[in-house]
Design a protein around this ligand. Structure first.
Ligand SMILES: [Zn+2]
Length: 250
């Protein structure tokens, strides 16, 4: 198995499903942290294991046997929109194979929020049954970035080359996820949207303001004569990060 062979791997749909199931079964068997399809905790070591399983079941152990660079895995609690990301040095094209280094980063937030809305959760064009399957699909997308970067030193999931690779390897028909985002959860669970007037309690006082962003918490702008934020009309505000459950619509 040579590097360029990675680009010619092609599995029919039934094989893809069977291999994806093998990866899932082995991951659940070997990980001390994961016990079912619902992810409530996860560690870097689980991502490393997931990688080794994909290498074994999809890439014929190319990475174990031939890849000489460095691979790291991380989980982010700050990625609230992107589900995954592959990081690499800017001068990748000038590095020797031994100097290549990549980091696959997965959003823990999106995995933990998976169950919070009851609706279809399509990832890369495939409807997922639980957060573990969503993790696999997000991870597969990043694996395609990794392969493209490794082979061509550049990668874009908007380009045809990437899309063919993702389709041939994993049957992906899209390059995006429709996992619940905090803003959607806020609307569904708390009736809160960006722009809403809200109140909340802090330091024994009641504050009134409006929501300007929703991530893990809502960003609330509160009129404040000494605030450091100023709108076009010259009105000043202070910014507060407030858990959604503590906000009252006013
Ligand atoms: Zn991408």
């Amino acid at each position: 198995m040579r590097k360029t062979d990675l680009l010619t791997l092609h599995y029919p749909p039934s094989q893809i499903m069977a291999r994806r199931e093998e990866v899932r079964r082995e991951l659940l068997r070997q990980s001390p942290h994961l016990s079912g399809g619902r992810i409530t905790r996860i560690f870097q070591s689980d991502l490393k294991l997931l990688f080794e399983l994909y290498d074994r079941f999809f890439f014929r152990n190319y990475f174990r046997d031939h890849f000489t660079g460095q691979l790291r895995f991380s989980l982010s609690t700050r990625m609230t929109k992107s589900a995954g990301m592959t990081l690499y040095p800017r001068n990748l094209d000038k590095l020797s194979p031994q100097e290549e280094r990549y980091e696959l980063r997965i959003s823990a937030v999106l995995l933990f929020n998976y169950e919070r809305l009851e609706r279809d959760k399509v990832v890369n064009g495939i409807n997922t049954r639980d957060s573990l399957e969503a993790l696999q699909l997000v991870f597969e997308h990043e694996l395609c970035h990794l392969i493209e970067l490794h082979c061509f030193k550049e990668s874009s999931c908007r380009q045809e080359r990437f899309q063919s690779l993702a389709f041939n390897l994993f049957g992906h028909t899209e390059s995006c996820h429709r996992l619940p985002l905090m803003s959607e959860i806020a609307t569904a669970k708390y009736g809160l949207s960006i722009g809403d007037q809200v109140s909340f309690q802090a330091e024994g006082k009641t504050f009134l303001g409006f929501i300007c962003r929703i991530n893990r918490r809502a960003t609330v702008m509160v009129p404040d004569a000494r605030g450091i934020y100023r709108d076009r009309a010259g009105k000043r505000y202070s910014k507060y990060y407030v858990p959604l459950s503590l906000l009252k619509k006013s």
